[in-house]
Design a protein around this ligand. Structure first.
Ligand SMILES: Cc1ncc(C[n+]2csc(CCOP(=O)(O)OP(=O)(O)O)c2C)c(N)n1
Length: 641
């Protein structure tokens, strides 16, 4: 077959892999890499992680019979080859776009996606559940969990390993060890895995010795018996204190992870085992694309880039005008004046903007690994000892630590600050990564203050305010650029109150909003002006606690108060305010504009805001409809309010 002919086009499903020779399989791996690089260069995505598992995924699909056998991908950000081998090559161009293929496994997308993932460290639990369920229904199919050394820093993975060891079912756990998480992997575990890699020489030593001994004429058997004794001794030195073995797993490895034939051989043996097994595979994150190989950290997750030139670095002297950049500068400035300030993150040093803090204050910086629950309780401990910890965690990942926020921080009223990045809609990653639940989850928690800045100045002021507060504070801000500054942002914070961005006192309508929607609300106000519906604009700032007398007064003064928030409807700020208004028999009508109550699929933040009616046009339309109703024109529309 000519080199130019696509092998991928011949793969309609994993079964077709068996029609390819080894040489062709290697060529397929090259083809897949090209396609991943070119698609991610256009659509953005998780590049380096996917490039690292091409051969491993081919070998898995050669040996295991998906969809009867199940493969659960931890985090799921490395599933592109899996998608390409399971009948989705044609749609691959739509990766991560609205309505297109998801960047993570999705059961709704394919029978081959055994379980939805997106948050780390769930694969072993899910795979064990799938396997236990399979056995309870009398089936004999196999289940594989593929977990990275980064995801293995998450506590749930250990709970699952412990349970799996106890159950003894033939679960296959592939440990994809590339020595990297999003950044360099941290913690005792990564050191432990490196030591295991050293011990792995035992495995290859054993194979070579066995093969050699058996080939020896005449003395082979005698020699072999001696070798067995020697092996036991070697094993005692190299093998006994293996953590996985102690938990009840067989341990195989480490195995070089880019040789399809060798991987397939090992996996065939493993598939025949009747006990739980960990297969330790060493891969190279970013493999096959030079830029990503040299800098897998930067190429872990990328936006668009030129295949030939790689990613553009930040322009010389360019200022990062995102909310993350604003937080990064604010915490650094605060930490220079207050030695008590410490920063905590969970494997997201770069994403949360804490890299400059780490550089300047290495002793006051803690990356705890992918362990959000631990990060929160650890921060609580720091606070008890008089530190001022700031835990920077994405909104979606903070869902992992709800109990720790309640039980370890708020119950003791400890002055821990939570910097919740990516609150609201996020670009491209879909349901698993939207930051839409934090207001509803945390507004109910006593002692906690929740703040929502609209700009860089407000974010810095809120951080300073929180650093002097006696109890816990959460600052939620979106992924995206800060708006140009406005005089209102500089007004001092008053506990429980927002700030007026536009206040005529005569407008029939008040738009009261959470900070991340400032620009959309200002655009709506301008559209409403043109329609002769003047609206005052009130930036809520404090989502909790609220000066209820002040808010009640607003709901009495305006004919319509529109609460606009980038979060779910149920349990949101608007619902709270509506209940407050009804309790106090306020005269104004209340309208709540929110992200709704469904899981929100992938898209660009702008697209998602517009679908939810939270862009300038959408907000203006809902307000206009209400006004038309008041004028007796649109009563049918009113029912939709
Ligand atoms: C609970 C949770 N916290 C943080 C993340 C963000 N995250 C995505 S991938 C990743 C690193 C995963 O490292 P590893 O498992 O080693 O996979 P690799 O990318 O190195 O192949 C992190 C921290 C997440 N997905 N889930």
């Amino acid at each position: 077959m000519a080199e130019s002919e696509s092998l991928l086009a011949r793969i309609q499903g994993p079964g077709d892999l068996k029609t390819l020779s080894l040489q062709e399989l290697n060529r397929l791996a090259r083809e897949i890499r090209h396609l991943i690089v070119s698609t991610v260069s256009r659509n953005g995505g998780h590049l380096a992680s996917n490039l690292g598992v091409v051969e491993l995924t081919i070998a898995l699909h050669l040996v295991f019979k998906s969809p009867q056998d199940k493969i659960v991908w931890d985090v799921g950000h490395q599933c592109y080859t899996h998608k390409l081998l399971t009948g989705r090559a044609v749609e691959f161009a739509s990766l991560r776009t609205a309505g297109g293929l998801a960047g993570f496994p999705k059961t709704a997308e394919s029978l081959h996606d055994a379980f939805n993932t997106g948050h780390a460290s769930t694969s072993i639990s899910a795979a064990l559940g799938l396997l236990a369920g399979e056995r309870l229904s009398g089936g004999r199919n196999r289940v594989v969990a593929v977990i990275g050394d980064g995801a293995l820093t998450g506590g749930q993975a250990y709970e699952a390993l412990s349970h799996a060891g106890q159950l003894g079912l033939p679960l296959v756990v592939i440990l994809n060890d590339n020595k990297m998480s999003i950044g360099r992997n941290v913690g005792g575990l990564s050191k432990y895995l490196s030591r295991l890699s050293m011990k792995g020489y035992y495995q290859s030593f054993r194979r070579h010795f066995d093969a050699m001994a058996k080939r020896l004429p005449f003395i082979g058997d005698v020699f072999f018996a001696a070798v067995v004794r020697l092996k036991r001794a070697v094993k005692a030195v190299f093998y006994t204190d293996n953590f996985f073995v102690d938990l009840g797993f067989e341990y195989v490895g480490p195995i070089e992870g880019h040789t399809i034939q060798r991987l397939a051989e090992v996996l065939r043996d493993v598939r025949a085992l009747n006990r739980p097994v960990v297969v330790h595979v060493i891969t190279h994150k970013g493999r096959g694309y030079e830029f990503a190989e040299h800098d897998p950290l930067t190429y872990h997750g990328v936006g668009t880039f030129s295949v030939n030139q790689g990613l553009d670095g930040p322009a010389e002297g360019a200022r990062d005008n995102s909310f993350t950049g604003a937080f990064s500068r604010a915490i650094l400035a605060a930490a220079r004046n207050d030695r008590r300030i410490t920063a905590v993150c969970a494997a997201m040093e770069k994403g949360t903007g804490l890299a400059p803090f780490k550089k300047e204050f290495p002793d006051r910086f803690f990356d705890v690994g992918i362990a959000e629950g631990h990060a929160v309780t650890f921060a609580a401990g720091l606070a008890v000892r008089g530190r001022r910890p700031v835990a920077a965690i994405y909104s979606t990942f903070m869902q992992r630590a709800v109990d720790q926020v309640i039980h370890d921080v708020c119950l003791q009223n400890l002055p821990v600050i939570f910097a919740l990045d990516r609150s609201g809609f996020v670009n491209d990653d879909g349901e698993t990564h939207q930051g839409l639940f934090d207001i509803a989850l945390f507004r109910t928690v006593p002692n906690l203050t929740i703040l929502a800045p609209a700009s860089e100045t407000e974010l810095a002021a809120m951080l300073d305010w929180a650093l002097t507060a006696a109890g816990p504070c959460m600052i939620r801000y979106p992924k995206g650029a800060c708006p140009p500054e406005d005089a209102a942002f500089h007004r001092p914070l008053e506990k429980g109150r927002g700030v007026w961005i536009r206040e005529s006192g005569k407008a029939p309508c008040c738009l009261a909003f959470t900070g991340s929607l400032y620009q959309q609300v200002m655009e709506a106000a301008a559209i409403l002006d043109a329609r002769n519906i003047p609206a005052d604009c009130y930036n809520l700032r404090f989502l909790k606690p609220v000066d209820e007398a002040y808010l009640t007064d607003i709901m009495n003064r305006y004919a319509l108060v529109v609460f606009i928030e980038e979060g779910v409807k149920s349990g949101g700020f608007g619902e709270y305010a509506a209940e407050l208004g009804s309790r106090h028999c306020c005269k104004g009508k209340i309208l709540c504009l929110t992200a709704g109550d469904d899981f929100v699929p992938q898209g660009k933040r702008g697209e998602l805001l517009s679908q939810a009616g939270l862009d300038g046009q959408g907000i203006a339309r809902r307000v206009s409809e209400w006004v038309e109703y008041r004028n007796g024109i649109g009563s049918a529309l009113y029912r939709t309010l």
